[in-house]
Structure formats: C-alpha cells, structure tokens
Write a protein that binds this ligand. Structure first.
Ligand code: 5AD
Ligand code: SF4
Length: 444
C-alpha cells in the first residue's frame, strides 16, 4: 500500500508521524507523494484556533482524492481527533480511522484491517493508564537527529490549555525503555537526541515511571558513548529541579539551550493562568541557569491578551523579555479553546488589541534576536549539519546546520556531503534569523 503522512503541531506529533512511517515501511508499505497515496494519515493539533482550522481545510482538500477513488481513505490522529472523535465519520465519511495519542501504537495493525475490510471503521480514542510502548525497529540507519518520547499527557491544567483534555493524564515511560531506544538510535547513526514530553521536568512524578527523576534520566542518556548532543523539550518552570539546572554545567554533551515557556511577565496573569510560579521565581531560575552555563540560549512561549490582561500586565511581559533577552520566542494571541477554564473568564481582550500587543512584542523580540545574533560574530562553534542551505551564491556549496544553542548557521564548503556531520565554524556575520561563517578543520 502507498501512504502519505501530513503532520501538524508540536514535536510530539512529528515524532509520532516518524514512528508511524517507519512502522508502515517495516510492514512493506511505501511512502508516496500526496497524489499517489492510497491511505492518508494526518496528525492534528488543536492547541490554538489557527492550527485547528488548518486541519479542517486540509481535510477539505483530501476529500478530492477520496471522491475520485473511493478506495482512498484517511486516518486522523492527535488532538483534534481526540476532541471530535467519531463525529469525524459524519462530517468526513472518507475518514475511516480516528486515533488519539494513546492509540498511535495500534495504528499499523488497524490500517491493515481497514485495507482488508472496506466496510470497517476503527476508533482508537481510549486513554490508557500506562505509557503505551510501541514496537521499535532494531535495524536500519537513522538520521543524525532523532526524537525520543519519555512521557505522554499533562496534569497541569493551565487555564488556557486544551492539552490535558486531548492528551490525557501524565504517564512516564520506563527509563530502561527510554535508554534502550536511545542506545539503539545512537548505534544506528543518531548524533543528537531530543527527549520529548509535554512537561519533561515532572518526568517520573506520576506514579507510572520507575522512580527515576528527570535529572538522573538526563545523566544516564548523556553517558551513551557516541552521543554528540542531548536536548529536551518542553519544560515547565515550576518543576525544573536544581539538579537539572546544574546539569547544564556538568554534562558536556547537554546542549546549552532551554525552551522555558513563561507565558506572561505579570504575576496577576500567571496566577489566573494557573502557572504556579511568580515572575521573581522565573527570573531566579534564569539567573541560576546562567550561573551554571553562562552562554545558555533561552527561548520561550508567550500568550498576549489572556482574559483580563491590562496594558500594565502587558508591559510587565515586555520588561521581562528585556531582562531575560530570549534568543527567540513563539508568541500567540490568546484564543478560546472549548472546555478550558479561561473560556469562561470575563474581560476578554478585543481582537484588535491582541493583534496590536502581539506586533509590539514581536518587534521587541526581533530587535533582541538581531542583537543576540550579532554578539555571536567572531565565536567558534560546533555545528551539526542538517543539509544544504537555501542560501547559495554560486561559487562554493553552502551548508546549513545548528550550533549547540540551536542557532541556524550557513557556511560554504567544497566537501561532497556534510549532512549529519559535526564541523567547527567561525561566525563571520549575522543575518535577521541566522548566522554565516567559515569552516575550521575537518568534519567528524
Ligand atoms: N491560546 C493561545 N495560546 C495558547 N497556547 C496554548 N493554549 C493557548 C491558547 N488557548 C500556547 C502556549 C503554549 C504553546 C504551545 O501554545 O504559549 O506554551
Ligand atoms: Fe498545557 Fe500547561 Fe500542560 Fe503545557 S503545562 S501542556 S501549557 S496545561
């Protein structure tokens, strides 16, 4: 069978799609272009209004393929599937499979049954009370960068967030299973691993793990011979342990970067969002991180226009951004999500005001990003090469990769294939969102 996967949303969805693709290929299916596919899989996101709308317009497009060939069908997974469930079958009859995150492990078998029996529909939406292990391929080369799930779900119920409803309660995966997958990936060619979870800092604290803390998991994975880089996402500030902060100064292959969503710089907003930390506590964590690792690159998520946010609250957020000086940030206008606490809150901020605040904030971030990038000029950094660059200027071939802080770096090299290699680069100039440089020495 020929399949095509379309992925929306977070890195967890990207990792789920990668696994689905591998699992189907190992069953003899082939990945094809959209026009040639017999089966489509869509991993969906409902965290904000915009990504959710994108899913619906995509399904509108896929309907065209199903109209032309009735054997073509679609499986919809992820957060929108969990939310809408079997109602999908009424709205989009060519959708014959819906699956939530806990159901992903069973998708390959379900697809085989659906191909055999054209009258069948399958729903895999139940939440399980343990982390559902997936079959792991033991053979075959993998790319230089790989993602490893360490947990599923979230228990925090931040007032704006739909994730605890769509992904269920937090469930940690056993540390032995995580270590075995990481070791296998490094053996098969991975140089960089990213540990994934909705809130990795509370790994092991949900009664489903094996007593291992996140700090000790980091130490265990970091020690895998041949692992050049270790990263993790996402962190909740309220749960980051001092041992994890210290790890940035202790583990040589732990990348000096951290995505630490702050959401707002106003104590009043943090309180009504239910974030369980204050601005001062957050800034304290930032100070400790910089004491442990002076060049750590910090990034964040920010919501503007949360219900009740005043101009003063918003200015607190701008001031916090000036203090922390994030390398970059993802910022969003608050949008109502069905069933979350904030949906029922008073004092909603008008759409135009949210848009204005977002523009002001993004303008400030762009200036900080430019200054931070400029300050890297002259530095020598190790770059993990991801492929050829879009930036080509005729003479030598340009390559694109990232330094330990996650910054994008373009550089020319006449070497035939650098993809997946590490190479030392001296930074020569800063562009708006990236750096350019020249190589020093041989790749490894
Ligand atoms: N409205 C706007 N942004 C949201 N996020 C989550 N829920 C909402 C919402 N209802 C943002 C948060 C989170 C990121 C993944 O998406 O900033 O960290
Ligand atoms: Fe949503 Fe908060 Fe959980 Fe993050 S920690 S997934 S923002 S509820």
């Amino acid at each position: 069978m020929r399949f095509h996967i379309l992925t929306f949303g977070c890195q967890m969805n990207v990792a789920d799609s990668d696994w689905l693709s591998q699992a189907l290929i190992s069953r003899g299916w082939t990945e094809s272009a959209e026009e040639d596919a017999q089966v489509f899989l869509v991993t969906t996101c409902s965290v904000r209004e915009k990504p959710e709308q994108k899913v619906y317009s995509l399904l509108g497009r896929l309907k065209g393929y199903a109209d032309r060939d009735p054997a073509v069908f679609v499986g919809v997974g992820g957060c929108v599937a969990q939310q809408i469930g079997e109602e999908f079958w009424n709205r989009f009859p060519f959708v014959r499979l819906v699956f939530g995150t806990d159901g992903t492990a069973m998708v390959p078998q379900a697809l085989e049954r659906l191909v055999e029996d054209p009258a069948l529909r399958v729903s895999l939406l139940d939440f399980l009370d343990h982390y559902p292990e997936r079959e792991q391929p033991e053979e075959g080369r993998v790319g230089a960068q790989a993602f490893v799930n360490i947990m599923q779900g979230c228990d925090n119920f931040c007032a704006y967030c739909i994730v605890p409803f769509t992904r269920g309660r937090q469930k940690s995966r056993s540390s032995d299973a995580i270590a075995a997958e990481c070791e296998s990936l490094v053996r098969r060619g991975a140089r960089e691993l990213t540990l994934l979870g909705q809130n990795v800092n509370s790994y092991g604290q949900d009664g489903h793990g094996d007593g291992t803390t996140f700090a000790s998991l980091l130490r265990r994975i970091s020690a895998i011979p041949g692992l050049a880089r270790l990263k993790f996402t996402t962190s909740h500030p309220k749960d980051i342990a001092p041992e994890v902060v210290a790890a940035f100064g202790e583990l040589p292959n732990l990348s000096p970067q951290l995505h630490l969503p702050v959401q707002s710089g106003s104590d009043a907003m943090l309180k009504s969002m239910g974030r369980k930390y204050t601005r001062e506590r957050y800034l304290g964590i930032v100070r400790d991180l910089r004491a442990a690792c002076p060049h750590i690159a910090l990034t964040t998520d920010i919501i503007v226009g949360f219900p009740g946010e005043t101009q003063r609250d918003f200015e607190d957020t701008l001031e916090l951004m000036r203090q922390v000086r994030y390398e970059s940030s993802f910022s969003f206008k608050y949008s109502d999500r069905p069933g979350v606490r904030a949906e029922k809150m008073n004092f909603k901020v008008p759409e135009e005001e949210k848009a204005r605040r977002l523009a002001v904030l993004q303008d400030l971030q762009n200036r900080i990003t430019a200054e931070e990038l400029e300050s890297r000029v002259g530095a020598e950094v190790d770059v993990l090469v991801e492929g050829t660059s879009r930036m080509q200027d005729g003479a030598a071939l340009f390559w694109r990769g990232r330094d330990g802080g996650g910054r994008i770096i373009n550089f020319p090299s006449p070497l035939p294939d650098l993809t997946g290699k590490m190479i030392r680069v001296r930074i020569l100039a800063a562009k708006k969102h990236s750096l350019t440089g020249e190589t020093r020495g041989e790749p490894w």
